[in-house]
Design a protein around this ligand. Sequence first.
Ligand code: F1P
Length: 301
Amino acid sequence: MKPSPSSGSLTGRELATQPDCWRRAAEAAASAAGLPRPGERVAVTGCGTSWFMAQSYAALREAAGQGATDAFAASEFPLTRPYDRVVAITRSGTTTEVLRLLDAVRAPTLAITADPKTPVMDAADEVAVLDWADEESVVQTRFATTALAYLRTAVEGTGPVVAAAADAEWALADPLPAAALEAEQWTFLGSGWTYGLAQEAALKMREAAGAWTESYPAMEYRHGPVAIAAPGRVVWGFGTLPEGLPADVTRTGATLTPADTTRDPMAHLVRAQRLAVAVAESRGLNPDTPRNLTRSVVLGE
Ligand code: F1P
């Protein structure tokens, strides 16, 4: 494993293992059961980070021509809609909204979890256990991206995920931009499947560092959110940014951190995770003990 510049924290150490986790996910998905078949109408769900991974997978699958794929927060799932299959992502296997949904839904279900000793094992028809990617951290990094790598392999085959793992090695070693480390506010932009990654990057910064972050589909940014852009603030792009947007951001005095489009967008999420840890530490916060958060939200009856 390559040393991470943020390896002082548990979160920093866990996020540094993502390249190996993704390679293992690619292997596991190649012979897995219960994954959506081409042509099926699929809904993907989860809460928090898991919901954002669901968004990325849904966009990837549909763009690949494998069938209509929707993503919903588990609490907002439209039970009236017919789906051929429902995929739920839950690291803990205990999140109340996910368990309630799996109980209520009639379509065949697949859950992806890190913990085989949890209620989700009975709640779903099929379960993929990615226990090698489980985490001690409250703030999810490697489980989330490994679940996405697993689902992505089912869409694209092993090649892109193996290449993404190599790019993640780069992402762990490449210095973070000084402007991003010193900023007071961050807005993450993506489009298609990278919009879910942008959402997750922004959530990571909020969870680990209590930071003011926002996230939008890139083309939506000029429809209002650009009002926030100012010197000392950062706009962080995933994937290729729309024409004219870089110039529009630069005019505001904000710093644009465009993605290196030769690298996989999942590797850019690794950079954003590192940023979250680094900003937390620079604020005197411990990313391993995020404010007001628990590992999973388990609600009473
Ligand atoms: C989902 C989740 C996390 C979030 C928080 C509470 O958990 O919403 O994304 O960071 O810790 O739980 P899970 O269903 O994937 O276990």
